[in-house]
Design a protein around this ligand. Structure first.
Ligand code: SF4
Length: 487
């Protein structure tokens, strides 16, 4: 049990190599003291001052930039025996008036520092720094002391190779990079749709589904081992889609990928002509089929992934500083969960994604338009609506079983009782499908009249052939700009 943080379930990190005895003693003392106070995991990259003195590494995904889509006020989605670390951080930061601190984009771990003591290291840097805070100034010139204190710890948190901040970084290019971006810039109502990658090796099914959607949607999303279950890769599915003549949105998850694999996969996708990338942290492997892979496989989170890919595109550098001659053309997206945490927390998390590089947002399915509107208002309060294209998720319900599963088993999805009752009242498969279509058409009508959004993202999971009917009967405009999959 610790004094200031929720307890940790994971063991503290250990250094990669044997330390000299004197440092080992210091490391052990630091581990004991900070463990008792903060459940510290000795990540060696401390950001406690930014996170209301709660250690973010107690989050089972090790997220360093805010909560995941499945977080609730009651418990962590991965380990329901404990509270969500990030909920605790938001709540305490709000009480302490330190919410602004949560906007800074925190670096991923520097593995060479993990498990090592930091006190001696900090003292050395304090001595070497040109303007380290002087104790005397605390009493004689508090402003100066606070300024220098802030700068000193900012420099510690934001190493040369990362340079994170709390600013908005608009894209550094003029012409649209993809058909999806070109369509969104027209201001028309734009639709994207999801295609599940096949379980097997044949790409024929992708060709068939692309034919259903062609002419109706601006781009098709391909999930990336969604729910931590293996399927055809997102990059391969996206390439098959591109070859079939429709522009893909390649989803890229941080789970199970190190930072260098993320950079390599994104660069490979750019080399294949895939322009739209949706950056996701990913579901924890606990939600996958067993036996699950070893936990703690999140090297980056979605915010960090956006930061890295935007800098590859706009600054032409890899995370390690190497220069890129032929820069990749990424149109970058992110996911949002309007019904997870309270809208003010979700808006803050989304602001961070937008600052890091997200240009379009696809959300969890929307069934409750009033609550969705509250979320949009929270974004508006933060002046985010002009910086990003928002595509709310639309999920046509195929059966009442699907409705109950979505409502009870999918974190971050809310379905009002009235919709569940309508689905339950429909008798038989066909009647339930028709009711699902009816509900979807009602939502489409409302979305088309809503301010602040740019279209919608249809998630007709394993029911992709319903999409043309929904768009036709919903009077949804077809994409203004189309092509053979490449701009
Ligand atoms: S709910 Fe998500 S963000 Fe919160 S502690 Fe669990 S994994 Fe981390």
């Amino acid at each position: 049990m610790s004094l200031f943080s929720p307890h940790r379930s994971q063991a503290p990190f250990l250094p990669m190599e044997q330390e000299p005895l004197s440092e080992r003693v210091l490391t052990n003392i630091e581990r004991m003291v900070k463990g008792a106070l903060f459940s510290c995991r000795m990540c060696g990259n401390c950001i406690l001052q930014e996170t209301a003195y709660i250690c973010p590494m107690t989050c089972p995904k090790g997220l360093r930039n805010g909560l995941c889509g499945g977080a609730t006020p009651d418990a962590c989605e991965v380990d329901p025996s404990r509270p969500c670390t990030w909920y605790a951080i938001y709540e305490r930061a709000e009480k302490m008036g330190r919410m602004d601190k949560l906007l800074e984009i925190n670096a991923p771990l520097d593995g060479s520092r993990a498990g090592k003591e930091t006190w001696l290291d900090t003292a050395r840097k304090w001595k070497q720094a040109d303007h380290s805070p002087r104790l005397l100034d605390y009493f004689t010139d508090r402003d100066k002391f606070n300024r220098e204190w802030h700068q000193f710890f900012f420099d510690l948190r934001q190493p040369e190779w990362w340079q994170g901040d709390a600013e908005y970084h608009p894209p550094a290019y003029e012409e649209p990079l993809s058909l999806l971006e070109a369509n969104l810039r027209t201001g028309n109502f734009v639709t994207t749709a999801e295609i599940s990658p096949p379980l097997g090796a044949s790409g024929k099914i992708i060709h068939k589904k692309v034919q259903w959607l062609q002419g109706w949607v601006a781009a098709a999303n391909f999930t990336d081992n969604a729910s931590a279950m293996a399927r055809m890769s997102s990059v391969a599915s996206s390439k098959l889609c591109l070859d079939a003549g429709l522009e893909p949105v390649m989803q890229l998850q941080a789970r199970d990928r190190s930072r260098l694999v993320i950079e390599a996969d994104a660069m490979g996708a750019a080399g294949l002509g895939i322009r739209n990338i949706l950056c996701l942290t990913g579901d924890h492997q606990r939600f996958g089929a067993s036996p699950i892979s070893k936990p703690d496989q999140f090297d980056l989170d979605a915010v960090q992934m956006l930061w890295v890919l935007r800098r590859m595109r706009d600054e032409g550098i890899y995370l390690d500083g190497r220069k890129i001659k032929q820069r990749p053309s990424f149109f970058l997206g992110a996911a949002a969960s309007p019904f997870g945490a309270p809208p003010r927390f979700e808006a803050l998390r989304l602001e961070k994604k937008i600052n890091a590089g997200a240009q379009f947002i696809q959300t969890q399915p929307v069934f409750d338009l009033n609550r969705f509107d509250e979320w949009l208002e929270a974004l508006d309060k933060r002046n985010l609506l002009d910086k990003v294209y928002i595509l709310p998720g639309l999920l046509p319900l195929k059966s009442n079983r699907a409705a109950h599963f979505m409502a009870d088993g999918v974190p971050g999805v809310t379905i009002p009782d009235v919709i569940i009752k309508r689905m339950d009242a429909a008798q038989g498969k066909e009647a339930q499908q028709e009711t699902g279509v009816e509900i979807a058409l009602e939502i489409i009508e409302k979305l088309q009249r809503m301010q602040g959004i740019s279209g919608m993202h249809v998630m007709a999971i394993h029911w992709e052939n319903i999409v043309p009917r929904l768009l036709k009967e919903g009077n949804v405009p077809q994409p203004a700009i189309s092509g053979n999959g490449l701009l």
